[in-house]
Design a protein. Structure first.
Length: 650
């Protein structure tokens, strides 16, 4: 991920060179291949390069066109050849991605963004009409943030300089924290008041200090893929899936792929090998990294990912997460701008970086999204809701009966769930668990009701298929899930998601549900389409079990450190959780009771992060009043005494 930064003064005052120097030192780790600056009176733009393709070595950014438009680009442009043809050769013989993007803007203006396929974030300063444009692709895997003040706007593809290089510590955004505790925050939010994130599929146009957000891409709800036989669907899937993997193998260094024992990652690796054997991939080599835990009887992936390794006659990098895994680091000393940075544990992340460096990898292929869009989630409700709203009652009754038998659930219960999805009025919680954690304070929940309730996108089953709308909700959750940046002090690499390719997602959303998933046949289309490509042991494997034992074991083994953290809970100090039931929840988990476990783990990461940023004076609570209330002290939780204590958060 290359890094881009900019500052624009609306009043025409010159850019502070000292400020620019401070920012350069903060973003330097994100641009290990060097950087350049463009400074012209009231505007300053910085770029730090992280090169992954042969064309990127020839890029000069910030890119200044003949019309003085300044473009910075972080991304991979997948439809280069198509755009070069549409631009009628006005980009030279061997154009870079940023040159093609700049020429596209010159040709189509802000309407160019829907034409750009790939993973990208772009900023464009057009001095002709004094407009700044910030845009992101449909998925939003590349970040782009901005802070709009009275006399200036700053933007960056990493959050750090917008929060660190300021005169006053930013205030914490309570709505963001609420979203993090429940599921994921809304796409436009950051942890800090006054700093926004450019949402996926949108561009933000800022002219004379006035922002305007507009969508540049949306999936067509009227698009429905209809073929007369299964073979046509299978061929279509192979075409878009192969192309998705090929796009992400565009690299002049060896590519690294996560390889588990499941179908998603195994399919990526097997298709990647086939593309290389056919000479259709620019990457020289495809390496693999696999995670296993032989202490988990239901989740030892070693026997399964080695099947793929035997097929390709090459072993990958093996990482024992049982030995190096655990919880988020409880004592992080490095400044981290966002929570959730430590998804697998610091020790695991360090070993991943060792793998990258030893192989010379800069790109990681992830199987995230396969479950959600390829029929890996065995829920019949979207299909049943489609049939019901379409008035196909005979087929609805037949499928309801089949699914009832397969799922071993009464038809009445499935019907109730189907009616709930088909209803345009019912709001669904973000989480699959409808019961909120008992330790969240009611006042906190009421203040942030929107964060705890999913936007049903104004469900209109008479206009859009419920399965289509459900897919869009799933996509939003995935967009938020993959938005956490990596740690520059450990290592920089680009993570990309073949199952979240724009064309592949469009195919999934437009395909009949009974192609992707059938009664008793999870991933029906994938299994049929890849039966001669992926080992049969993987294709026919039963669904992998969900693992919860490891976190419980870690909570028990690290209970003293966790207890000390909870005694001085920042979430309780801020009035977000009730300390009594909060402590009780962790105490139960330390004894092997898994109620609210996922929510507790998310809260634990927040506690570590809040400690980190508040103790170093990096941020302040949202309220200007520093006197805040704690519902009950820890001694109340332990002894049952009722006291109310006011504390001062330093």
């Amino acid at each position: 991920m290359s890094v881009q930064f900019g500052v624009l003064h609306f009043d025409g005052s010159p850019v502070d060179q000292q400020y620019i120097g401070k920012v350069q030192s903060v973003i330097a780790p994100y641009g290990p291949d060097g950087g350049r600056a463009y400074i012209n009176n009231s505007i300053g733009v910085l770029y730090g390069a992280f090169e992954t393709t042969k064309e990127s070595h020839r890029e000069t950014q910030p890119y200044v066109s003949a019309s003085r438009v300044v473009t910075t680009w972080d991304g991979r442009l997948d439809n280069r050849e198509e755009l070069i043809g549409l631009l009628e050769g006005n980009v030279g013989d061997e154009p870079t991605d940023v040159a093609i993007v700049a020429a596209s803007y010159e040709r189509w203006g802000a309407h160019c963004f829907h034409r750009l396929i790939g993973d990208w974030a772009v900023s464009i300063w057009d001095p002709r009409d004094q407009t700044l444009i910030l845009g992101k692709d449909f998925l939003g895997s590349r970040q782009l943030y901005y802070s709009l003040e009275t006399n200036r706007v700053t933007w960056c593809s990493v959050l750090d300089p917008l929060a660190v290089c300021v005169n006053r510590a930013p205030s914490l955004n309570e709505e963001y924290i609420a979203g993090w505790l429940w599921s994921y925050p809304a796409l436009h939010l950051t942890p800090y008041v006054g700093i926004q994130s450019v949402p996926a599929s949108t561009c933000v146009l800022i002219r004379h200090g006035v922002p305007r957000v507009q969508n540049h891409w949306a999936f067509d709800p009227e698009s429905i893929t209809v073929y007369h036989d299964d073979q046509a669907y299978e061929e279509h899937f192979r075409t878009v899936f192969f192309e998705s993997v090929r796009r992400r193998l565009r690299s002049d260094t060896p590519v690294l792929a996560e390889l588990s024992g499941g179908m998603d990652s195994s399919s990526i690796v097997c298709v990647g090998d086939l593309l290389m054997a056919q000479g259709r991939s620019p990457a020289r080599r495809l390496d693999t990294i696999s995670y296993y835990d032989d202490q988990e009887a239901s989740w030892n992936e070693f026997p399964f990912f080695t099947i793929v390794e035997q097929r390709r006659e090459r072993a990958g990098f093996h990482l024992d997460v049982g030995r190096n895994g655990g919880l988020a680091s409880l004592d992080c000393k490095n400044m981290i701008a966002v929570p959730g940075y430590d998804q697998r544990g610091i020790e695991v992340e360090k070993e991943r970086v060792v793998c990258f460096k030893s192989n010379g990898n800069r790109i990681l292929l992830s199987g995230v999204g396969g479950d959600e869009f390829m029929g890996g989630v065995p829920s019949p409700v979207p299909e049943l809701a489609d049939l019901l709203t379409a008035g196909r009652l005979g087929q609805f009754g037949s499928q309801l009966k089949k699914w009832s038998l397969v799922k071993k659930r009464s038809a009445v219960h499935l019907l109730k769930e189907t009616l709930a999805m088909a209803s345009p009025w019912q709001a669904l919680p973000v989480s699959h668990n409808n019961e909120m954690p008992r330790w969240l304070r009611r006042e906190f929940i009421n203040r942030n009701r929107a964060a705890f309730t999913a936007d049903r996108r104004n469900f209109r089953p008479w206009r859009m298929r419920p399965s289509f709308q459900s897919g869009l909700m799933t996509l939003d959750v995935l967009r938020a899930q993959i938005g956490t940046p990596c740690l520059p002090w450990l290592g920089i690499y680009d993570t990309t998601y073949p199952y979240l390719d724009r064309d592949l997602v469009a195919f999934s959303l437009s395909s009949p549900c009974d192609q992707l998933l059938r009664p008793g046949q999870r991933r029906s289309l994938m299994r049929r389409a890849l039966k001669c490509i992926v080992p049969s042991e993987i294709l026919n494997r039963k669904r992998k079990a969900f693992v919860s034992r490891r976190p419980l074991v870690c909570i028990a083994s690290e209970w003293k450190a966790i207890e000390a953290l909870i005694k001085n809970s920042r979430l309780a100090d801020l009035g977000f959780v009730d300390i009594a039931s909060y402590y009780e929840g962790f105490a139960e988990a330390s004894k092997g009771v898994s109620r609210d476990l996922l929510f507790l783990l998310r809260a634990l990461k927040l506690e570590v992060w809040l400690n980190n940023i508040l103790e170093c004076g990096f941020a302040t609570p949202k309220s200007d009043e520093m006197l805040i209330h704690r519902s009950r002290t820890l001694s109340d939780a332990v002894t049952g005494a009722s006291r109310l204590k006011e504390i001062h958060l330093s």
